[in-house]
Design a protein around this ligand. Structure first.
Ligand SMILES: [Zn+2]
Length: 426
C-alpha cells in the first residue's frame, strides 16, 4: 500500500476495509447459508430433474437449525456421464477458505477431447469417510444408468476407498492419477521421470509433495512445469472464499458457460477431437521410426529405439493392447500400436473407442444448464432459514500440530454430525 500509493494505513484499518468491501460484494458470510433451502427449491423449479440436497444440523444448537451439507447435480451433468463421457469418475476435494470453513467435494468426468467435466458438487463440514459416503450415495442414486462398472480415480484414497467400497461395490478403483500418468508418459518418457511422477502423485501430505516436486523440478524443468499446470488445472480457488450461496451460484454459472462453450467448440471439428488427433499424429510420427515384425495378421513385435538399449513391445490388435500398458490405460493407441496399425495398413479410427469421437463429444454436451431467475423473484420458502455451522477454524494463526508424548492418552474426537439429519430436501 505504502509503495503503490504513498499512504500509510494501519493493519487493522485495512483489515476492516477489506472485510467491508468483501461484505458489499459478496453478501455477508453468515447470511450465505440462510436461503439454501430456497435456492434448492428454485433450482428444482427451473432446471427440471436437477438434484439438490440440503442437510442440516438441529442437534448442536437446539434453538437454531444449522447448515451442514449441500449437494447439487444437474440434468446436463447426468446426460454427460450417461451418454458421452468415458466410464470414469475422478473425485477431488478442497478446503473452503471462508469464515466458516468446510470442504468442497467434487466428481469430475472426462470428455472425448480429454477435457475434465464437472459432474457433481457438494459443500460439507469436513472431508472424511462419512462425508464421502454421503456424497457417493447421492451420486450413485442420481447417475443410476448402468454405470456399475465405472472406474473411480482419486488421490484421496484413504477416506475414499472405504466409501466407494460401501456405496459402489462393483466399481473399479484405479491407483491415483492414472489418467494424468498416461499423459505424462507420452510427454516425458524417461524412466527416472516416471518414478518421480509417482512420488509426487502418491504423496499424502504437502511436505512430501513439495519435496517430490522439487526433485522433479531439478531432474527436468519442463516435466515439472507440465505436471504443475496439469494438477492446478481444475481448482476452485476463485470461489472458495465467497459466502456459500454466492459461491454455489457462481460455480453453477461457470458450469453453464463451460458446457455452452464446449458445445460451440465442436462445430468446426471433423471427426476425431483435436487433442486426441494431436496425440495420435504424434504417436504415428514416433511409431513410423520403429521396427515392426508381424506374427500373423494381428500380433506384432515392435522395437522402440527411444529406450536405451532398445526395447521390444508386443502389440495385440485383436485385444487392443500393448505390453507397455499405455493403450489399456488411456484407451488411445500407443506409439507401438500406431506402428503396428500402419504396418498392417489398418486405419486408426478402427481402433479408437467411441468415447473419443465427435459424436460422443456432442452427446456429452447435448443437454445444457438452465438459466436461473434473479433472487428477488424467487418464491418464498416455508423451510427454516439456515444458520451458519459452528466455527471449527480458530481465529488467528493456525496451531502447529505437536507431537504427543508416548504416555499421553489419545483424545477421542466427538462427532456431533452423525446423529443430526432432520431435514432433507430432494
Ligand atoms: Zn505400447
Amino acid at each position: 500500500m505504502l509503495e503503490t500509493y504513498g499512504v500509510r494505513i494501519g493493519d487493522l484499518k485495512l483489515y476492516r476495509a477489506r472485510e467491508r468491501v468483501g461484505k458489499d460484494i459478496n453478501g455477508d458470510h453468515a447470511r450465505g447459508y440462510e436461503d439454501l433451502f430456497q435456492y434448492a427449491a428454485v433450482i428444482h423449479k427451473y432446471d427440471l430433474g436437477a438434484i439438490c440436497k440440503v442437510l442440516c444440523d438441529a442437534v448442536t444448537r437446539p434453538e437454531k437449525v444449522l447448515f451442514q451439507r449441500f449437494f447439487m447435480a444437474f440434468p446436463a451433468q447426468k446426460n454427460a456421464l450417461n451418454n458421452g463421457c468415458r466410464p470414469y469418475i475422478g473425485l477431488d476435494g478442497c478446503h473452503l477458505k471462508s469464515k466458516y470453513g468446510g470442504a468442497l467435494l467434487a466428481a469430475v468426468g472426462m470428455d472425448a477431447n480429454n477435457g475434465m467435466i464437472p459432474l457433481a458438487l457438494a459443500v460439507c463440514e469436513i472431508e472424511n469417510t462419512e462425508t464421502w459416503s454421503w456424497f457417493l450415495e447421492i451420486l450413485h442414486s442420481y447417475f443410476d444408468n448402468g454405470l456399475e462398472h465405472i472406474t473411480f480415480c482419486s488421490d484421496r484414497q484413504k477416506d475414499l476407498l472405504g466409501a466407494i467400497e460401501i456405496t459402489w461395490p462393483t466399481a473399479y478403483r484405479r491407483p491415483c492419477a492414472w489418467h494424468i500418468y498416461a499423459n505424462f508418459c507420452k510427454e516425458h518418457p524417461s524412466v527416472s521421470l516416471r518414478n518421480l511422477f509417482w512420488r509426487v502423485v502418491s504423496s499424502t501430505n504437502k511436505f512430501d509433495y513439495a519435496i517430490a516436486m522439487e526433485k522433479l523440478k531439478k531432474e527436468k524443468l519442463e516435466a515439472w512445469q507440465w505436471l504443475e499446470t496439469e494438477l492446478a488445472g481444475f481448482t476452485w480457488s476463485r470461489h472458495e472464499e465467497k459466502p456459500c450461496l454466492t459461491m454455489l451460484e457462481e460455480i453453477r454459472c461457470m458450469f453453464m458457460t463451460l458446457f455452452t462453450e464446449r458445445k460451440k467448440e465442436a462445430q468446426s471439428w471433423t471427426n476425431i477431437p483435436p487433442r486426441v488427433k494431436k496425440e495420435l499424429d504424434a504417436a504415428y510420427e514416433c511409431g513410423s521410426k520403429m521396427n515392426v515384425m508381424a506374427s500373423g495378421d494381428l500380433h506384432f513385435q515392435v522395437k522402440d529405439k527411444g529406450y536405451y538399449p532398445a526395447r521390444r513391445f508386443i502389440v495385440d490388435l485383436m485385444s487392443r493392447s500393448c505390453d507397455c500398458g499405455y493403450w489399456d490405460l488411456a484407451g488411445i493407441p500407443c506409439t507401438h500400436a500406431m506402428a503396428a496399425i500402419s504396418h498392417a495398413r489398418h486405419t486408426t479410427t478402427e481402433y479408437l473407442p467411441k468415447y473419443f469421437s465427435k459424436e460422443a463429444y456432442l452427446n456429452t454436451y447435448a443437454v445444457m444448464f438452465k438459466p436461473i431467475h434473479d433472487k428477488v423473484t424467487w418464491d418464498p420458502c416455508d423451510r427454516p432459514k439456515l444458520f451458519p455451522p459452528e466455527i471449527t477454524k480458530k481465529i488467528g494463526r493456525p496451531k502447529k500440530s505437536r507431537k504427543r508424548a508416548a504416555t499421553e492418552p489419545i483424545k477421542k474426537k466427538t462427532d456431533h454430525f452423525i446423529s443430526a439429519a432432520p431435514f432433507v430436501v430432494g
